[in-house]
Every structure is written in C-alpha cells, then in structure tokens.
Design a protein around this ligand. Structure first.
Ligand code: SAH
Length: 352
C-alpha cells in the first residue's frame, strides 16, 4: 500500500484498481502515511499557509430538487430568503475589512437572479474591490450566461460534479438533471477562462469505492484549479433523511488522494467536515487541504441556508468565524493569509 502512495506522489498514473485499494484502506498506519505525504505536497507548493474565502450565501431559493439538499424546491419547511445587492455589498465591505481577498457568492438556482442582475452585482463588487477575486457558485447555466458573468468580472466558478458516475448521478438527482449537462458546464467554464472547481460529497447514498475512484479519474481528466469535497450529511426534510452520513475517515482519505493526484490544487477543508467532527477542519488541513471558507452571510439568514442538518457557525458574526478559524489554523501550526490565494500553477494542464 505504501508503494501506491509513493507512486501517486511521484505523479505516476494509478489504475482504477489501485485507487480503489487506497480508497478502501482502513489501516490507520497507511492512512497516516497517506496524510503525511499529502501534507508534504501541500507544503511544498503552498507552505504552511491557508487561504481564506469569504462565503456569502445570497439566496436559498432553488428551482432544482436534488434529493440530498435541504434547499431543494420541494422542501416546504425551508424559509426562503434572498439578499439584496446592498446586503451583498455590505458583506463584502465587512469581509474586506476582516482581510478577505476572495468572495464566494453561493446560492440555489434562483431565477430572480437573472444574468443581468448577477452581472451587475459582479461588476459592482469588482469595481469596489479590484484587488479581490470573485467566485460564483450558482449552478448550471448556458455557455453565454457563463460568458456574460465572466465578462462582468467573475474570476472563478465552483460547480461540484457531485459524482462522476452517470448511474449514481441519476440516483441523487431528479430526472430533469443530467450528468452530461453537469460535466458540459464544467468544460464550458474552463474554456471561457474561469478558474474552475469541481467536487463531490463523500459517503453520499449508494456511493461505492469504485464511484470515488471514478471521481478521482474525472478530476485528473478535467484538471480543475479547485476541488470541493465534504461528507454527505442527511437533511431531515429531504428524501435522504434516513441515509447514513459520510465519515470523517473516508473524507480525509479522499482529500489526501486529491492532493496527491493534483499537487497544485486549491482544496478547501469544508464546513461539512467541521460539522461531522469538532476538529474536522483542522484534520482536513492536516490531510492536505489548504483553504478554509468562513461564512460572511448576515447572521439573520445563516440558519436558513441549511443544506444539511446541524450545520456549524450559524450563530456567529463574520468576525467571529474569521478569528475562530485563524486560531484553529494556528493551533495546528498553519497561518491564514490575506491574499487572493490563486492557484500556484498558472496552467494546471501543465501539472503532469
Ligand atoms: N446551486 C449551487 C450550489 C449548491 S450547494 C450548485 O448547484 O452548484 C453547494 C454544495 O453543497 C453542493 O454542490 C453539494 O455537493 C453540497 N451539499 C448539498 N446538500 C448536501 C448535504 N446534504 N450534505 C453535504 N453536502 C451537501
């Protein structure tokens, strides 16, 4: 097993079977070795520095009905909200003062936010904060919409592929959503020139080790700048309410495998990881992640953006979230930095 870890670190191609062996591994010593090597690669490219992104959850209206997600359209218990442009700009102002140089606008697929409205918000943020990067995470759109938002100034786009396996994708989504379209969106975004992030949930219902190996294969093929990974966590108002959550161990293994597969990648240690384990985000960094995303949304709406149950940090002010994470990182010997936090590889395709 150690040889497989070494092979991956040397940037050799692993077969799907080899990936599956590593994914299924439950030997603590091997896991520790995997985390150690992933950490070495993370530190080689980024030092002991962690990038911070200010997350603004600006709408929880969604036209989609993903079976796992708490803001799916058929959830009648979700209290819907959307922030105004002024609210969003206020979040950015507060975030800027706290040292954020990347803002992430995330939301459901809310038809109120037309391309024009979103482009206007994007260009206003970029006008006020030209030294900041702006990331969008607002789901699937046509090529021309992505282009318009890029032209308005958006730098990055997060769109988790959720699972690379088509049959598995269909079990997690309603029939009107297709795995082909999801993947096409990612290739469109890349072609337009966005720094692109894909990603998946670990331990989502019906997921197999083979599915996870395919996720790594897809990541290797797409060569994204970022990969967002977190455990699946059941949400009480969804059809998956009784499904088992993803585990800390499996999520950490996947973070390390992504780090070794794409050495330069920007890899967040997610809120979901902090939700299933009190020090999950620290453990994520120690398994190779190098980004944290404290919440900048106004406290009044925090409890409404409930993708999953027991989400942490829903009562804290932005400044509290910022300093809490800073302290947590310091506690494990890492330092949070004030910078846009771009990917060190200008051209991730040149990684191998
Ligand atoms: N509408 C945007 C943002 C989706 S929410 C989009 O389509 O990209 C961001 C991510 O939260 C999703 O991509 C999904 O992977 C994750 N998520 C949703 N429900 C979840 C759950 N129950 N447990 C863990 N993660 C979840």
């Amino acid at each position: 097993m150690r040889e497989l870890v070494d092979k991956l670190e040397e940037n050799k191609v692993l077969s799907k079977e080899e990936y599956i062996l590593l994914i299924k591994n439950r030997d603590n010593e091997i896991s520790e070795y995997l985390f150690e090597r992933a950490r070495a690669v993370q530190q080689k490219y980024y030092g002991k520095k962690v990038f911070v992104r200010g997350l603004i959850e600006f709408t929880n209206y969604c036209r989609n009905d993903c079976l796992y997600c708490g803001i799916r359209r058929s959830n009648r218990n979700a209290q819907r909200y959307r922030l105004t442009k002024e609210d969003i700009l206020n979040c950015c102002r507060e975030g800027y003062e706290l040292g954020f140089r990347t803002f992430v606008l995330q939301g459901g697929e809310d038809p109120y936010f037309t391309d024009e409205r979103l482009a206007d918000i994007v260009s206003s943020i970029k006008e006020d904060y030209p030294d900041c990067a702006l990331t969008l995470s607002v789901g699937e759109k046509e090529h021309e919409s992505y282009q318009m938002l890029f032209d308005a100034g958006a730098d990055r786009y997060l769109l988790r592929h959720e699972t690379a396996d088509d049959a598995h994708y269909r079990r997690l989504h309603p029939p009107e959503l297709s795995p082909e379209r999801r993947k096409k969106c990612l290739y469109d975004l890349k072609a337009i020139g966005y720094q692109v992030g894909c990603g998946f949930m670990v331990g989502s219902p019906y997921q197999t080790a083979e599915n996870l190996a395919d996720d790594l294969g897809f990541i290797k093929e797409l060569q994204p700048h970022m990969v967002g990974i977190g455990p699946f966590i059941a949400q009480r108002d969804t059809p998956f309410r009784d499904m088992k959550n993803g585990t800390l161990e499996q999520t950490l293994i996947m973070l390390s495998l992504v780090r070794l597969t794409l050495p330069y990648v920007l890899l967040p240690s997610t809120t979901a990881l902090g939700t299933i384990d009190p020090t999950g985000r620290e453990k994520g960094i120690l398994a190779g992640a190098n980004v944290v995303m404290p919440n900048l949304s106004p406290v009044s709406v925090r409890k409404k953006y409930l993708l999953y149950d027991n989400k942490i940090c829903t009562g804290d002010e932005s400044a509290q979230c910022r300093s809490c994470l800073q302290m947590r990182m310091k506690g494990i010997g890492y330092e949070t930095v004030v910078s846009r936090g771009d990917c060190v590889s200008p051209e991730p395709d040149a990684q191998n």
